[in-house]
Design a protein around this ligand. Structure first.
Ligand code: 5GP
Length: 232
């Protein structure tokens, strides 16, 4: 009887630890426009061979209210990043879709950072390889570049587009027409598109509306902005 009691409590304890460490309610997928990112991080520096398509910044398990879970491997060491799990095939895909844009940071370092800070917090549902594969899969399904192109929104040095035109094109990526979050960067008077963020349910099955973003420092593109550049 006694040992049964102990086993019961051990199970209870283990499950409550998991619940607290890895609890999140939805995912946010952040896609970055590489040229804008480079203007922010390395102003004045000419970068060659920058991707001319949106690349993944991160896939973040998140809660509807703060705090968001972060750095979950600090408490659950089995969730630390394992380089051996990044097969050559997976790396090939990520080199294209999830490259590091930060000068001096390798792709592997960037994936490590993103996994440690974010992916480790959804590791119970999505183990490391699965997490990266899923991020690529939902990004490709969205095909933001394709949707923008369909309506004539093409990256250009000076051409401008309205926020609503960009939002309307991206709404077509999901049947329920949920809007993306658009982040802009003000570059010496020019408004550059910086990121597009979409939200997904906790199983990554469906797009959901992103909750109103109240985090400090987030530069959402102004609702009535008529002159957003997607720079080449
Ligand atoms: P930013 O200020 O660019 O929106 O975000 C800075 C960092 O905060 C991101 O790189 C990301 O790590 C984290 N972050 C921003 N928004 C969210 C969110 O909705 N959920 C989570 N989990 N992290 C976020």
């Amino acid at each position: 009887m006694n040992s049964l009691f102990i086993v019961f409590h051990v199970i209870l304890l283990a499950s409550s630890v998991h619940l607290t460490n890895a609890s999140y309610e939805y995912f946010k997928l952040a896609l970055v426009w590489p040229t804008t990112f480079t203007r922010i991080r390395a102003p004045g520096r000419m970068m060659t061979n920058l991707p001319q398509h949106f690349t993944i910044h991160g896939l973040w398990p998140t809660n509807f209210s703060l705090p968001w879970p972060e750095n979950c491997a600090d408490e659950e060491p089995e969730y630390h990043f394992e380089e051996e799990l990044m097969t050559a095939t997976l790396q090939g895909v990520l080199n294209r879709d999830w490259p590091s844009l930060q000068p001096g940071k390798s792709n592997m370092e960037f994936w490590t950072d993103q996994w440690e800070k974010h992916g480790s917090c959804s590791a119970e549902r999505f183990a490391q390889s699965k997490y990266f594969e899923e991020a690529v899969s939902i990004t490709r399904k969205l095909d933001i570049d394709g949707e923008l192109k369909k309506v004539g929104i093409i990256p250009h040095r000076t051409k401008t587009y309205s926020r609503i035109a960009i939002v309307n094109a991206i709404k077509k990526t999901n049947t329920r027409q949920f809007e993306p979050e658009l982040l802009c960067f003000n570059d010496k008077g020019n408004v550059l598109l910086r990121e597009i963020r979409m939200c997904f349910d906790a199983d990554l099955d469906e797009i959901i509306p992103c909750p109103i973003n109240k985090s400090a420092g987030v530069n959402l593109c102004k609702t009535k902005s008529n002159s957003i550049i997607i720079p080449v």
